[in-house]
Design a protein around this ligand. Sequence first.
Ligand code: T4K
Length: 403
Amino acid sequence: MSLLKTNNGSLAIFGGTPAFPEPLHVGRPNLGDRRAMLRRVNEIFDRRWFTNNGPLVKEFEARIQELVGVKNCVAMCNATIALEIAIRALELRGEVIVPAYTFIATAHALQWQEITPVFADMDPATHNVATETVERLITPRTTGIIGVHVWGRPCDTEAIEAIAEKHKLKIMFDAAHAFGCSHRGRMIGGFGACEVFSFHATKFINCFEGGAVVTNDDELAGRMRLMRNFGFAGNDRVIYPGTNGKMTEICAAMGLTSLEAMEEIIAANRRNYEAYRAGLRELPGILLKEYDSSERRNYQYIVVEVDETRAPLNRDELVAVLEAENVLARKYFWPGCHRMEPYKSFYPNAHLLLPQTEKMAARIMVLPTGQTVGVEDIGTVCATIRTALSQSAAVRAALSKLP
Ligand code: T4K
């Protein structure tokens, strides 16, 4: 519940009451039908089968396979472990090219197994990897490319496939944001050797924590199933190095409940997206990234670019104004993986090859959406942004006095 700020309302940074009494988060979980979830929890208790490839995990995997149209879904405890297992099962080593503009997990999943992530620049129009920058990063040590479908907008899979084919590299995709999305009419999940989804609490479909690798390659899927369960091929028989990447039954219960609400959640996200579109229209230097609604989209992220050369306030100033109002906008994925450790120390000059990532990571903010955010809340968020932009000199002065 918010107090609607108008152009005359006093912003919280000027000493006014914050627009929201409670924080409005990016990534507040969507719930689905609470009773259906509790029924599943009771069934889990009755069965006393809590993890290790239980019936709900199998059901969850079958639902994902059906929705995505792939032969295999291997559910895991989270997408980071799923990325690590997929990378290992694909036998990537040496150097792997990834975008610098992604969540740090994409890079860490490589570094964790002593594979060097080599950072490619971003296409400012799509926020995805600029494929024309990829080829020049290939060295004799390169074994693969990991494309990321940032914000659920598919990256240029065709260009990546062409480069990979020419240089005999393997490809997989980090599709953490892209469950339920399509690319040229094909569901994300069927591209490359495999794709990885995240079902973290903040994702539009969530398992509390969860992830999955999907693939049409049966042999690869078989290896990943072994790897997620310590390499056990049966009682007392280990035939592969492995880890513990298993999804629990309670997480699968949440995932199934969440999947049942998928269309409702997408509808809420889409309604919110349209409300932001209307509320942020024609503001100088403020660009809401549009979704291509001719394809399937989950509308999970409301992404705004603040072009400091045209807007009266920059991204950081707007985020500070919103924070004072209890609107916790996020600066994803600032400052870019290359400026986080250990990569910053390993490659202190990496930014010289990443001019678009540098520029855009300083411009992007992500605004709250999901089932817990209403159209009225969005009206308040947009009114706050409008008011702040129209009083930019006073806003700057107030911000300069903050500790
Ligand atoms: N690849 C990509 C491209 C990714 O974006 C991600 C994760 C991964 C791989 C790895 O997936 P997982 O291993 O996580 O399955 C959040 C999420 O934690 C992360 O999953 C996500 N991407 C990333 C984009 O966003 P943080 O560091 O912002 O998390 P956190 O805890 O600050 O959550 C964001 C907000 O959500 C908080 O301000 C509060 C709210 N929240 C969060 C949780 C967990 C709630 O209201 N309730 C909750 O239960 O990374």
